[in-house]
Design a protein around this ligand. Structure first.
Ligand SMILES: *Cc1c(COP(=O)(O)O)cnc(C)c1O
Length: 388
């Protein structure tokens, strides 16, 4: 066996950090089946309840009949179909950018964006709580890498002012995946303008949920839309959109740079056209069915109400990511296990994913949760709070 592999795995066990996968035997919904048992689940990123929508399933089947199952080539050879192309155009016009480009996953999009744009003479400025894919991308591109404390724009400005890099790119989650809070986008845009930096917004958790018609974080301000030419907007299509993949939207020369230089775009087989076909339908539902966002907001409000004055506190999040802070690692694990025994799945999140002393349950809400589901979670948490 490879040297040290056994040791490496044992460390995970010793620290109680060995991860295990649940095996679902059906679709992603509010109620999922694991090992023959039904659970009420608050784990997925299917915020709008589209992952198992009958019209999307039909649309995926239609796409398969029209385009087959596999794209069988990369986009630059001959894997780029009308379904991909039309989805890109629809995404660009939906988000208000001149051009958009599809990637197979959000992880690959972030790797592609940073490695295509930046090299050793350049610098990346990143929020400490950014998604791992942005950090990996920053390391891979070879640029100088500065991480500023979460939302600390004073530190960010100091770093920007001191930098002599050729290109400067500020990168941030738009909605932070473990805290549910929203980046101060308009202030970031202004700061980037002042220091001739570009701003990469990763709106994986905001697209479909925030803003008018679910157009995302750039449309979530009362002051109107926040568009600026120095923005590179990235969002994923496997969360609210309920399917798979990701896209980047920006000015035409930026998108053309990705087509020419993003290796995670160039050297990989195009995602199946049937997914793009289904995503066109998904985009229509996101745009037109605003009742999904209304219901989601109702669910967020009733969870907050239901957990008010519980001994553990929710972070002040307005998004479907609702973290319940329980502080100690063991307490978080105990609570997650106790919920599971009662038929409810909520993941416990511990350091190093979150800072020490801030272990939490990460409750994610969906349009597909009923008010009975929310009540059941709240009641069960109240019961458990009596025990510990
Ligand atoms: C999920 C996520 C990604 C990765 O997207 P995938 O399509 O799942 O690879 C990137 N950034 C953020 C902030 C995410 O939450």
């Amino acid at each position: 066996m490879f040297p040290g592999l056994f040791e490496q795995l044992r460390v995970r066990d010793e620290k109680g950090l060995r991860r295990k996968r649940l095996i679902l035997s059906g679709p992603q919904e509010a109620h999922v089946t694991v090992a023959g048992r039904k659970y009420l689940a608050f784990c997925s990123n299917d915020y709008l309840g589209l992952a198992n929508h009958p019209e999307l399933i039909q649309s995926a089947c239609d796409g398969a009949h029209q385009y087959g199952v596999g794209a069988s080539a990369s986009h630059l050879i001959n894997g780029h179909t009308a379904a991909h192309h039309e989805l890109e155009q629809a995404l660009a016009s939906f988000t208000g950018f001149p051009n958009a480009l599809l990637f197979s996953t959000g992880y690959m999009a972030n790797i592609g964006i940073l490695t295509a744009l930046l090299g050793r003479q350049d610098a990346v400025f990143a929020d400490k709580l950014n998604h791992a894919s942005l950090n990996d991308a920053a390391l891979l591109c070879g640029a100088k890498f500065f991480r500023y404390p979460h939302l600390d724009l004073i530190k960010l400005e100091q770093r920007l002012a001191a930098s002599h890099a050729r290109r400067k790119l500020v990168v941030t989650d738009a909605v932070f995946s473990m805290d549910g809070d929203i980046a101060p986008v308009s202030r970031l845009i202004a700061l980037c303008k002042k220091y001739q930096a570009m701003l990469l917004l990763d709106d994986a958790h905001g697209f479909g949920v925030l803003g008018k018609q679910g157009k995302g974080v750039l449309f979530s301000s009362d002051a109107g839309n926040l568009h600026a030419p120095n923005i590179i907007y990235m969002a994923t299509l496997g969360k609210s959109a309920g399917v798979s993949g990701a896209f980047v939207a920006a000015q035409a020369n930026v998108i053309e740079t990705f087509i020419q230089y993003a290796r995670s775009y160039i050297y990989t087989t195009a995602a199946p056209a049937l997914l793009s076909h289904a995503l066109r339908k998904s985009l229509t539902l996101i745009e037109q069915e605003s009742w999904r966002r209304d219901k989601l907001q109702q669910n967020i409000a009733s969870l907050k109400k239901g957990l008010k004055s519980l001994r553990w506190q929710l972070l002040p999040s307005q998004t479907p990511i609702q973290p319940l802070i329980v502080e100690e690692n063991n307490k978080a694990i105990w609570l997650s296990d106790a919920l599971r025994k009662r038929g409810i799945l909520v993941p416990a999140i511990r350091p190093p994913t979150v800072p020490p002393g801030l272990a939490r349950l990460r409750i994610s809400l969906s349009t597909s949760h009923s008010s009975t589901d929310i009540d059941r979670l709240a009641t069960t948490l109240w019961e458990l709070s009596q025990y510990s």
